[in-house]
Design a protein around this ligand. Structure first.
Ligand SMILES: Cc1cc2nc3c(=O)[nH]c(=O)nc-3n(C[C@H](O)[C@H](O)[C@H](O)COP(=O)(O)OP(=O)(O)OC[C@H]3O[C@@H](n4cnc5c(N)ncnc54)[C@H](O)[C@@H]3O)c2cc1C
Length: 411
């Protein structure tokens, strides 16, 4: 409400000011629309998800942020090294395009700031519900952070959910319910260490993935000159075996996931809390309707191993902006939204298939990166996922998944 009691009006209201929400706000402002971002946390705030793909790097350069990324000393990422069980094998996948490892608290604040510079308005508050006119969403109710019992009303032509794992539209029953993926029974515990041993030179700036067995792995991501982010991902039973204690699970992982990881971290100081996330792998259908849509984690998150999350959220934000602009300038909303959903599903479904395939045939990946599909493989891991018809490796992976389902039952 404004001071005289009338509801405020914006063309578009966005719930969540993470990379997806900020990117969407920037593109909508470029098209001349008025935009409100309602974000419940005060930035900078902690967030997991520090390694960016080549496609994310491209988008950041398009936003004119390359110099800022250098100024902040975000480590330039040249690729991902995957170290096999017992450190007996390894392969390296170079990035599709130059990109960075980021400290998400700073990175997300840079993007939000850029959206505000572009003219978006930002309120710190928690979205509570949408306002409907029949089946159409025509506004949002939120509680300001400094008056949590109060409800403010904003009217708008379109509302976007970019609330990440908060899955706001799903929680209020507007979008569908979360369906858990089979990747879902995992838990991730993560923290930061000072002076962990890296490879010399530029290789020491890359992401390292330590594989142990199916669904059991660790990440090692340099996020500052002397700091690495380390995460242990395991089936949730392992957490139970560690007394449901994230610190014990972290210690177990450093000791048992891979001998190479153990040596790199031995004797180093942990400088952050050990945090944990479980049940983070889900799909929500439907995720768009009259006057509303979801982007990024607000409708799907699969598996963190290939660091697709930020890139997918930003790519979907761009598609969402084109869709919203088209609808607000007269396009048929049903057609526009079904094209948006088809586009997002196309990319996300490729990601699901690669991930399923990796967990079933991890050695195949090491083999292919040296083989004739090398270029296609680099494209996929760079999160170039939206034109599968131009990527022969996608065809091969899907054919092999089909055969495996046929021969061995459910994949
Ligand atoms: C263990 C793990 C490791 C990961 N590692 C990587 C990685 O290395 N690289 C990568 O790219 N991705 C990674 N990801 C995924 C990445 O974190 C997400 O995909 C990415 O942050 C999605 O961006 P988003 O904008 O959709 O949501 P978010 O970045 O989560 O932003 C959502 C925002 O919405 C706000 N919000 C939520 N509810 C409300 C509400 N009701 N009202 C107002 N505001 C609200 C939140 O405060 C938040 O700021 C990882 C994920 C996990 C689980």
């Amino acid at each position: 409400m404004t001071a005289n009691g009338a509801a405020e009006r914006f063309d578009v209201v966005i719930v969540g000011g993470g990379p997806g929400g900020s990117m969407l706000a920037m593109d909508l402002r470029r098209a001349g629309l008025s935009v409100l971002i309602v974000e419940r946390q005060t930035f900078p705030r902690y967030h997991i998800g520090e390694s960016l793909t080549g496609m994310a790097g491209e988008m950041l350069r398009e936003l004119g942020l390359a110099e800022e990324m250098r100024r902040r000393q975000f480590p330039p990422k040249g690729g991902v090294k995957v170290i096999g069980k017992d450190a007996k094998s390894e392969f390296f996948v170079p990035v599709l395009a130059p990109t960075w490892q980021v400290r998400r608290n700073e990175f997300d604040a840079i993007l939000l700031e850029k959206a505000l510079e572009a003219g978006a308005v930002h309120r710190v508050g928690t979205a509570r519900d949408v306002i409907r006119d029949g089946d159409k969403v025509v506004g949002l109710e939120y509680s300001p952070a400094d008056a949590p019992a109060q409800r403010c009303t904003v009217q708008c032509h379109f509302t976007a959910d970019a609330s990440g794992l908060g899955v706001f539209f799903s929680r209020i029953g507007l979008a569908g319910r979360r369906t858990l993926f089979d990747f879902a029974r995992q838990v991730a515990v993560f923290t930061q260490y000072r002076n962990a041993r890296r490879d010399p030179g530029e290789m020491g700036l890359n992401t390292f993935i330590f594989y142990n067995q199916t669904y059991e792995w660790a990440w090692f991501i340099p996020i500052a000159p002397d700091v690495v982010s380390i995460g242990i991902v395991v089936p949730v039973d392992r957490l139970h075996a560690c007394g449901n204690d994230p610190v014990s699970l972290m210690e177990w992982g450093l000791e048992h996931i891979n001998p190479d990881l153990r040596e790199r971290v031995a004797g180093c100081d942990r400088i952050e809390l050990v945090r944990s996330i479980a049940d983070y792998s889900y799909d929500i259908q439907p995720y768009a309707g009259d006057g509303w849509l979801c982007i990024g984690d607000a409708h799907r998150f699969i598996d963190p191993i290939f660091s697709f999350g930020v890139s997918l959220a930003m790519t979907e934000a761009r598609a969402a902006a084109r869709t919203i602009v088209a609808i607000l300038t007269g396009a048929d909303w049903q057609e526009a939204l079904s094209s948006y959903v088809a586009y997002c599903d196309r990319g996300q479904n490729v990601a699901v298939d690669i991930l399923r395939f990796f967990w079933q045939f991890p050695m195949f990946f090491g083999f292919q990166i040296r083989g004739r599909h090398r270029k296609d493989f680099i494209r996929l891991l760079g999160s170039d996922l939206y034109t599968p018809e131009t990527n022969a490796l996608v065809k091969l992976i899907r054919e092999q998944l089909r055969q495996a389902t046929h021969v061995g039952g459910a994949v």
